[in-house]
Design a protein around this ligand. Structure first.
Ligand code: MN
Length: 285
């Protein structure tokens, strides 16, 4: 067993997107700040409706997947194909944009806390032009398991091993083989998880700091910071003092060239030009 060390960190920066939603972006601030196949991670968290009510009005995507995971609040998405989905606290939406989707993602609440994440996961070249698809995942479809030393893990994608038992999330069988877990640890708690050696992995604490790596060689990772992990077959995270909550993401890298223009992520500049042209002429999807 080799525990993955903390290799480097990507601090999140405050920014805004969509109609003016305030958020913190870690992965995806720039072309060098991705972790193949993860393109972007945004965290939105606010009690102030002015920070979120404008939502994300109609906008396109092509060539990758968007994953929205809600902790608090209520979001409605609608697309040009007539699909309509209600995203509740604790639920997730796994959208494969494929060759194209034009959709809106709009908060359905006028007060209170809105909190969650949007993750962008790249698609291999051969799947970038497949038809768009959605998985709307209700909170009760996301399995949660108690950890041996206290705390809890929710599994959104892939299969976790908890105390010798497999805990399978609702999203499985994708070509990047993603593992997406939401973990909460009490003070002094520890989370250990095997993960494929060929997978890239990172940890994003959203409440409290954590410590990463093998016993005796832990490195501290502050909240709102993505910690990219090095080589190994096991992830080990400890609560860094008080209680901690964090996302753990791992997936098989694609190793393909990336050409990105905003919401279009393809392999070449020509494919980007084609996407822009298709969008402008109403032929994206
Ligand atoms: Mn979108």
């Amino acid at each position: 067993m080799t525990t993955r060390p903390l290799l480097h960190i990507i601090r999140s920066i405050p920014t805004s997107d969509g109609g003016g939603v305030k958020l913190r972006r870690s992965l995806g601030q720039g072309p060098g700040l991705r972790l193949d196949p993860f393109l972007m991670l945004d965290e939105f968290s606010s009690e102030n409706p002015d920070d979120y009510v404008a939502g994300f009005p109609d906008h396109p995507h092509r060539g990758f997947e968007t994953v929205t995971y809600m902790l608090d609040g209520h979001m409605l998405h609608q697309d040009h194909l007539g699909h309509r989905g209600d995203l509740r606290a604790g639920g997730a939406q796994w959208m494969t944009a494929g060759r194209g989707i034009v959709h809106s993602e709009m908060p359905q609440q006028e007060s209170g806390r809105m909190r969650g994440f949007q993750l962008w996961v790249n698609l291999p070249a051969r799947e970038k032009m497949k038809p768009a698809a959605y998985r709307d995942i209700q909170p009760e479809e996301i399995p949660a398991a108690d950890l041996p030393g206290g705390g809890r893990v929710k599994v959104i994608a892939g299969t976790a091993a908890v105390d010798g038992e497999a805990v399978a999330g609702p999203i499985r069988g994708l070509s990047t083989d993603p593992l997406f877990m939401d973990v909460r640890l009490p003070a002094g708690g520890r989370f250990v998880q095997p993960v494929g050696e060929g997978h890239n992995a990172f940890v994003y604490p959203y409440e409290g700091a954590v410590e990463i790596g093998p016993a005796g060689g832990e490195q501290r990772l502050e909240p709102q910071t993505a910690g990219v992990l090095g080589a190994g077959d096991t992830i080990e995270v400890r609560a860094g003092g008080g209680e901690a909550a964090f996302l753990v993401l791992a997936a098989r890298p694609l190793g393909e060239p990336i050409a990105q223009y905003g919401p279009f992520v393809m392999n070449t500049r020509e494919e980007i030009e084609e996407a822009i042209h298709d969008y402008q002429s109403g032929r994206l999807a």
